[in-house]
Design a protein around this ligand. Structure first.
Ligand SMILES: [Zn+2]
Length: 410
């Protein structure tokens, strides 16, 4: 295997970041009929490039297999994510002085969760979203959405036909593209000379420091630091002039970039964050190597807890059928014998089964009927939001549990 950015050969032992065994693709939810069929498991192993320090997953799969029409993630089902999108639109319009004459392009625009706010302000915008089910919802909202994969070819075609954009944004997509160089070349092609790019992605520093090994899954190809993104953008003539730290997804970065020859002056935030990454030891073997042992510890603690409750006759269910939950449950080998069901607000997931663990996904009504003793929150990044939403479960004495970064029972 070779590094996706610099093509350096990656060695199985020396360059390994973490090995989480084998797991099905995390968004491959199953129907009742699927349970009788074989399920494909892929290695879930991550490497760190010794030359450019890009942390990346080893398994290359065809994107159409990962983002099928059954792909079930709809951004608009999270209220905190909608608030985040709205605040971003206000900031970007203000900072970049976007008007009715500007053009905005969002790559991986999902169901129009963000562009709806751009449209409300009268700024012309277009979304690029290859997943048919979410693109359809965006169009129903009145957001023009092009159902194609974004890359250099697409961007050149689009720029020739429609012109370049004053703002090109991509939230939680940079880490999810198999060919990161081609994707970033596309950003450059799509961008007007004085235009601006913003990208949000989970921060590798948080992944390691907060033991977020469950954010590793097959659709998530790259695990990014500011330094690695700076390097990848610079190779395409793009220059980062600001970076913000965000609480989303357990700690993300938002970078602001422009064509190098037209870039604004670099703000002090950039050097300060690079310095923090270096001081923490990011990119160095000893820093990365600790994560494997921490993941094993989290797995053992969770299993011990679940077995203890089962023996005591207590009932444990889970909440939030997020991708990270699948990584955790499959790595720990938890099945429906230890967790009765998982509640999820999305009707697209209800009635189906989690990949690998085959735990049934149900509507919240089941929680009120079953009155479980413990509720394991799988998307720990939404713990506060979900705790407020689940306050009523205290009536029958239910307690909330989360496994990452350490087992916590409230
Ligand atoms: Zn590399």
């Amino acid at each position: 295997m070779r590094c996706r950015h610099c093509a350096t050969a990656l060695r199985d032992n020396e360059d390994r970041f973490i090995d989480l065994g084998h797991s099905p693709v995390s968004n491959a939810f199953l129907s009742a009929e699927d349970l009788g069929r074989a399920e494909t498991h892929y290695p879930l192993k991550v490497y760190s490039c010794p030359k450019c320090a890009l942390v990346q997953i080893d398994e290359v799969q065809r994107p159409d297999a990962l983002f099928s029409d059954d792909y079930v993630y709809f951004s608009s089902f999270s209220s905190s994510w909608l608030a985040h999108a709205r605040a971003y639109v206000d900031l970007a319009c203000d900072r970049l002085q976007l008007t009715q004459r500007s053009r905005v392009m969002e790559v991986a625009s999902n169901d129009g969760y963000l562009l709806q706010y751009m449209a409300q302000r009268g700024v012309p915008c277009v979304g690029i979203e290859p997943t048919a089910s979410t693109a359809r919802v965006a169009r129903e909202r009145g957001i023009e959405t092009i159902g194609e994969f974004f890359g250099a070819d697409f961007a050149r075609r689009f720029a020739a036909e429609r012109g370049r954009a004053d703002l090109v944004l991509g939230n939680n997509v940079l880490a999810h593209v198999p060919d990161i160089n081609d994707f970033v070349a596309g950003l450059r092609e799509a961008l007007a000379p004085a235009g601006c790019i913003t990208l949000e992605f989970p921060h590798l520093l948080q992944l390691v420091q907060q033991r977020q090994f469950d954010t590793i899954y097959h659709e998530h190809y790259s695990y990014l630091s500011l330094r690695s993104v700076q390097r990848i953008l610079a190779a395409q003539g793009l220059h980062i002039w600001d970076v913000q730290e965000l609480p989303s997804h357990g700690g993300s970065l938002r970078v602001w970039a422009q064509h190098a020859e037209h870039s604004r002056a670099v703000l002090p935030s950039v050097a300060a964050l690079v310095q923090r990454e270096d001081a923490a030891g990011l990119g160095q073997r000893h820093f990365h190597g600790a994560l494997q042992a921490q993941a094993e510890q989290i797995k053992n603690d969770l299993l011990a807890f679940l077995i203890e409750q089962r023996r005591a006759g207590k009932r444990v269910v889970a909440y939030g059928a997020a991708a990270k939950g699948n990584t955790l449950l499959n790595f720990a080998g938890v099945r429906a014998d230890l967790i009765d069901f998982v509640v999820d607000a999305s009707p697209h997931k209800q009635g189906r089964f989690l990949p690998g663990s085959h735990i049934p996904v149900v509507a919240e009504q089941r929680l009120r009927e079953a009155r479980p003793d413990f509720i394991l929150i799988l998307p720990w990044n939404l713990r506060d939001e979900l705790a407020a939403q689940l306050a009523y479960t205290r009536d029958w004495g239910a307690r909330l549990v989360s496994a990452v970064p350490t087992l916590q029972v409230d």
